[in-house]
Write a protein that binds this ligand. Structure first.
Ligand SMILES: Cc1cc2nc3c(=O)[nH]c(=O)nc-3n(C[C@H](O)[C@H](O)[C@H](O)COP(=O)(O)O)c2cc1C
Length: 186
């Protein structure tokens, strides 16, 4: 096993090593307006109920749409949408209709009024279940109330943000370590 010689590292940049989740496109709707933002800072908080925490910066237009409607859809894009994912993060719904600009198809949510994105591999309809951390940390705690996932491929090629414009692209999925797990931890 290697022992790594280490050097001081700026704490503000540790995100580079801690952001393994796929970037997602968060769609929202409020009073007839729809919007999409790109989001990398999310975390699974519980399995049942299925809770997901999302950091949504309060300067983003999506912040108010989601805070007021108390709903959103977390859509998982695969690598084919890399260009759109960056573009959606480069502009604000205050100025543009992102569904039109990025030629994405809005599909009505089954449970929430926020639209799903047809071109994404998966869409998770969410309700805001805890707003207490929003004012302090911009952290929205959502419950996934309905999940739509493509039949194939089983593991999509997702984009994982490393900061500073760098993406890690999802690689092969390995089953060879499974035998080391306690069954109850699988
Ligand atoms: C790869 C990537 C990851 C991002 N992650 C986040 C995030 O986790 N939270 C956030 O508030 N903004 C994040 N952004 C920035 C928003 O997507 C961006 O500010 C966007 O313009 C907001 O759109 P809106 O004003 O229409 O809501 C990210 C952008 C990119 C390109």
């Amino acid at each position: 096993m290697p022992r790594y010689a280490k050097q001081d590292f700026p704490v503000a940049k540790v995100r580079r090593f801690l952001e393994p989740g796929p970037i997602v496109l968060v769609s929202s709707a409020w009073k007839g307006e729809t919007n999409i933002m790109t989001l990398g800072w999310h975390m699974v908080m519980a399995e049942e109920p299925a809770l997901v925490g999302c950091y949504i910066w309060d300067a983003n237009h999506s912040f108010e749409l989601i805070r007021r409607s108390k709903q959103c859809v977390i859509n998982v894009p695969s690598i084919e949408l890399a260009r759109q994912a960056v573009g959606i993060g480069n502009c604000s719904g205050r100025e543009v209709d992102k569904f039109t600009k990025f030629k994405l198809t809005a599909v009505p949510g089954e449970v929430v009024s926020a639209p799903r994105i047809a071109e994404c591999y998966a869409s998770f309809e969410c309700r805001l279940v805890d707003s207490r951390l929003i004012s302090r940390y911009s952290l929205f705690v959502f419950e996934v109330v309905k999940a739509h996932v493509a039949k194939s491929p089983r593991f999509p090629t997702t984009l994982h943000y490393r900061g500073e414009g760098l993406f890690m692209i999802a690689g092969p999925t390995q089953a060879k370590y499974k035998r080391w797990f306690k069954p109850q931890n699988l």
